[in-house]
Ligand binder design. Structure first.
Ligand code: HEM
Length: 383
């Protein structure tokens, strides 16, 4: 597969290849895989955002038996998508997210307290456990089940630690666990996300059990590795731009805009899938109905016709119209949470340490994926 071959050359630096594709083949059909790849900003935005032309309902094409994830909002079109998103977004309000700030601080403090100085893998010790612990706390997973939950999360959704042999049995265990949690919350409601989701309704309708399961698993799939990568990618960008470290340390109010620039410059989600609902012209190229299309977010966010000095990491960028969280009706539901977690994480790291340096004597190993972008390990020296 041409696309895979090109990307696998350097998964951490696909950007020069995207640049070539934007200028020479902005809408490109990979003859081996049959996938259509779209690289320019406005084309990517259109494919992501126009649900009348491009469907998200391909879950069953990849997994004919269906299952929780193919019933979840990320794989649905309107009207079902609108209905389910309304139900879950009511339970996933910005207010609920803001309430999490002290919890996130506690989790960060606890994780960092083990490292007063020295060298450690910050993915394993900090950026990976943080989002899993946050989402488990929001869902209402008891502390006693936290280790089990982390193990499932790593094995079912964690690209770096995934153990394929154990995948089906772990998935089954996790689904059974959530089933029990749903039944418990029905008889004994709590102030947590599981209760909020199963009780939320629109037009007198709740989610079905399969839809609730799909949503809980989607939160893990969509939220953990992406947030881990956003924080690790931030550390990598800061390490490459030494003045940024000092600037953010002395002016932490710049952290949110630095995070937006990381989202653009090293987008944690590089690509998404859609299916063409009808024959459609994209940038002058006819894409036939039924084609699977890959809009490359990572390329759109480096499009030089939109971002000046697109290959430059610049936390002072004036207008940053990145589409790292998608576009339109599927715009990331967890964006406020991801932004809050990464803001708190960077604030605490910069407060805790006078210096954080990536240990470049250890080879950086990227996630083995063309969809999520990040590092499996990132050894840092802190003092
Ligand atoms: C840096 C972190 C994150 C990035 C870059 C990211 C990126 C994205 C993108 C690009 C989409 C659009 C998918 C599409 O158009 O098909 C999406 C959707 C979604 N994300 Fe995130 N995400 C992040 C964190 C999170 C978190 C923390 C959560 C929840 C805990 C979350 C939950 C979701 C959900 C539920 C959807 C589906 C929304 C829908 O289909 O209506 N994400 N995310």
């Amino acid at each position: 597969m041409i696309v895979m071959e090109e990307l696998k050359r350097d998964l951490l630096n696909p950007f020069p290849w995207y640049k070539v594709m934007r200028s020479s083949k902005p809408v490109f059909r990979d003859t081996d895989s049959g996938l259509w790849n779209v690289f320019r900003y406005y084309d990517v935005k259109r494919v992501l955002g126009n649900f009348n032309e491009f469907s998200s309902q391909f879950g069953k094409a990849f997994n004919p038996a269906g299952g929780p994830i193919s019933e979840s909002i990320i794989n649905l079109d309107p009207p079902r998508h609108t209905k389910l998103r309304n139900i879950v977004s009511r339970a996933f309000t910005p207010r609920a997210v803001e309430k999490m700030e002290p919890v996130i601080r506690d989790i960060c403090e606890n994780l960092l307290s083990k490292h007063q100085g020295g060298r450690f893998d910050i993915v394993k010790e900090f950026t990976s456990p943080l989002p899993v612990t946050v989402i488990a706390t929001m869902l209402g997973i008891p502390i006693s089940d936290m280790d089990k939950f982390k193990k499932w999360s790593d094995n079912v959704v964690g690209g770096s630690q995934r153990d394929f042999a154990e995948f089906p049995s772990m998935m089954k265990e996790m689904v059974e666990y959530f089933r029990r949690m749903i039944a418990q919350r029905k008889s004994d409601p709590k102030d947590d996300l599981i209760t909020a989701i199963i009780n939320a309704e629109v037009d007198g309708e709740n989610l079905t059990e399969l839809e609730s399961l799909g949503f809980f698993i989607l939160l893990l799939v969509a939220g953990n590795e992406t947030t881990t990568n956003l924080i690790s990618n931030s550390l990598l960008c800061i390490d490459e731009n030494h003045e940024t470290f000092n600037e953010l340390k002395s002016s932490p109010e710049l952290i949110p805009q630095a995070i937006e620039e990381v989202l653009r410059f090293r987008s944690p989600v590089q690509s998404i899938y859609r299916v063409a609902k009808k024959d459609t012209l994209i940038n002058g190229t006819m894409v036939p109905a039924g084609s699977i299309i890959v809009p490359w977010i990572g390329s759109a966010n480096r499009d030089e016709s939109i971002f000046s000095n697109a290959d430059q990491f610049d936390i002072h960028r004036k207008e940053n119209r990145h589409i790292a969280f998608g576009e339109g009706i599927h715009y990331c539901l967890g964006a406020p949470l991801a932004r809050l977690e990464s803001k708190v994480a960077l604030e605490m790291l910069l407060k805790e340490y006078d210096s954080i340096k990536v240990d470049r004597s250890i080879p950086m190993i990227p996630q083995n994926s063309t969809i999520v972008y990040g590092l499996r390990e990132l050894t840092v020296k802190v003092s």
